[in-house]
Design a protein around this ligand. Structure first.
Ligand SMILES: C[S@@+](CC[C@H](N)C(=O)[O-])C[C@H]1O[C@@H](n2cnc3c(N)ncnc32)[C@H](O)[C@@H]1O
Length: 295
C-alpha cells in the first residue's frame, strides 16, 4: 500500500500500537499487515510519525478485532503446523489442537508405504495438505460439502506445493465414488457443537461458517455417522482419527466401538484436554463353519 506523508501531530507507530486497546501481539500483526512493513522496520521506527493512510487502515482493522473478528480473517492467513494457510470466512480458522491429529496420524503411518489418506471436511485443507507435504508418498483425498471451502483448500495446495491431492465435493463419504480403493487412514475434524451450544455466541465463533461448527441437536451426529460409515472405506488394520470437543471423548470412543473399531483411544492436547479419538478397523473374524450352517 502507498503511504501518504505523515501530517504534523500524527501519532507514532508505537503510539498506534499502545493506544488501540488490543493485546500487543494482535496489534503488531495488524500494523504489519496494514503498513506492509516488517516487524524489524516498525521496531526501528517506533518513534516516527505513522503515515495517515496506514493509520486509517489500521484503525479500521483494530475496530473489527476489538469486535471479536478472528485475527486470521483480518490478516487472511493462519499458521498451522509451521505452514501458512490462506483463510477466508468460508473456512474454519485452523486450530493448534488440530495439529495433534497430524502428529497422531504420522506416528501410525510410519510402517505403511504409499499410505492412502482421506481427510473428511477439509476446510482450508490444513490436515490434507500438511499430511501430503509431510508424507510425500501418500495418496491424499480431501472432501468437503462446501464448494467455497474446497476452493480455498485448492488454492492453499497450489501455494504450498501439494499438487497431488484429489478433491471431492459432497456429504462425508458420499463424496467418494463407490469404487474408490480403501484407505489406510481417515482423519476428520468434523463439526461437533450442538445446534444450541452457547459457545456459538462467542464473538470468535460468530464469524466462522456455521456448517463448520454445528453438527445437529446433540453435536455428536457427524462423529457417529463418520464412525459408522468408515469401516466400509478402510482397509483391514486402517485407522480412523477424529477431533472432538473436550467433553466428547467417551461418546466418540463409544461410536467407534459400536462400529467395530478396536484399539480405541482418546488423546489429550497440549492443555491436557481430551480432543482426539482414534481406533483401528479390525474386521470381525467370520466363522466358516457357522457361515456354512454347521452347528
Ligand atoms: C470443523 S471444520 C474443519 C476444517 C478443517 N479440517 C480443519 O481442521 O481446520 C469442519 C468442516 O467440515 C465441513 N462439513 C460440514 N458438514 C459436512 C458434510 N456433511 N460433509 C462434508 N463436509 C462437511 C465444513 O464445511 C468444514 O469445512
Amino acid at each position: 500500500m502507498a503511504e501518504s506523508a505523515p501530517l504534523p501531530g500524527t501519532p507514532s507507530w508505537d503510539a498506534l500500537l499502545s493506544q488501540c486497546g488490543l493485546p500487543r501481539l494482535d496489534a503488531r500483526a495488524l500494523l504489519e499487515h496494514a503498513s506492509g512493513r516488517r516487524r524489524e522496520w516498525l521496531l526501528a521506527h517506533g518513534d516516527d510519525p505513522a503515515a495517515a493512510s496506514v493509520i486509517e487502515a489500521f484503525n479500521a482493522l483494530a475496530a473489527r478485532r476489538r469486535a471479536g473478528e478472528p485475527l486470521a480473517y483480518l490478516l487472511g492467513f493462519r499458521e498451522f503446523h509451521g505452514l501458512r494457510f490462506a483463510v477466508t470466512r468460508d473456512v474454519l480458522v485452523p486450530r493448534p489442537e488440530t495439529e495433534g491429529l497430524v502428529d497422531a496420524a504420522l506416528e501410525r503411518l510410519t510402517d505403511t508405504i504409499r499410505p492412502r489418506v482421506l481427510d473428511l471436511g477439509t476446510g482450508s485443507g490444513a490436515l490434507a495438505i500438511t499430511l501430503a507435504l509431510l508424507r510425500p508418498d501418500a495418496q491424499v483425498v480431501a472432501t468437503d460439502a462446501s464448494s467455497q471451502a474446497l476452493a480455498v483448500a485448492q488454492a492453499n495446495a497450489r501455494l504450498l506445493g501439494a499438487a497431488e491431492i484429489t478433491w471431492q465435493e459432497g456429504d462425508w463419504f458420499a463424496a467418494l465414488s463407490p469404487d474408490e480403493p480403501p484407505f489406510d487412514l481417515v482423519v476428520s475434524n468434523p463439526p461437533y457443537l450442538a445446534d444450541d451450544d452457547p459457545h456459538l455466541h462467542d464473538p470468535a465463533l460468530r464469524h466462522e461458517p456455521r456448517m463448520a461448527l454445528v453438527s445437529g441437536p446433540h453435536g455428536m451426529e457427524a462423529i457417529a455417522l463418520i464412525a459408522a460409515q468408515a469401516p466400509a472405506r478402510l482397509r483391514p488394520g486402517g485407522w480412523l482419527m477424529l477431533e472432538h470437543g473436550a467433553t466428547q471423548g467417551a461418546a466418540a470412543r463409544a461410536s467407534l466401538q459400536d462400529a467395530g473399531f478396536t484399539q480405541t483411544e482418546t488423546l489429550a492436547d497440549l492443555q491436557g484436554l481430551a480432543r482426539i479419538t482414534l481406533g483401528r478397523w479390525t474386521p470381525p473374524v467370520t466363522n466358516p463353519s457357522r457361515s456354512q450352517g454347521a452347528v
